[in-house]
Design a protein. Structure first.
Length: 89
């Protein structure tokens, strides 16, 4: 279990590389910013794993969509879940 922000970043790096290739670091940066915002809004260190998964699902390899999804996750993660479910099914 990753404790620090740096450890969480490294744990997420393989998926980011697989789905975003050379843009993986930009996605990891956006995810780190999402963690800061999540903490400010929800007083939790990081979004739950389900929210992180939803971000990757809806982005479908697009950094732009990842950033849009990250913003939505902070605004209302339930809307992000609906979006992800529509992509999944």
């Amino acid at each position: 279990m990753a404790i620090s922000r740096a450890e969480r970043r490294e744990d997420r790096r393989p998926r980011a590389r697989a789905e975003f290739g050379p843009d993986a670091d930009a996605v990891l940066d956006a995810l780190e910013l999402t963690e800061f915002a999540w903490h400010d809004c929800y007083s939790e260190v990081s979004p739950p794993d389900g929210v992180i998964d939803d971000l990757f699902v809806v982005a479908r390899g697009s950094v732009t969509e990842f950033v849009r999804a990250a913003r939505l996750a902070i605004e209302d993660y339930r809307d992000l879940r609906l979006w992800a479910d529509s992509v999944r099914g």
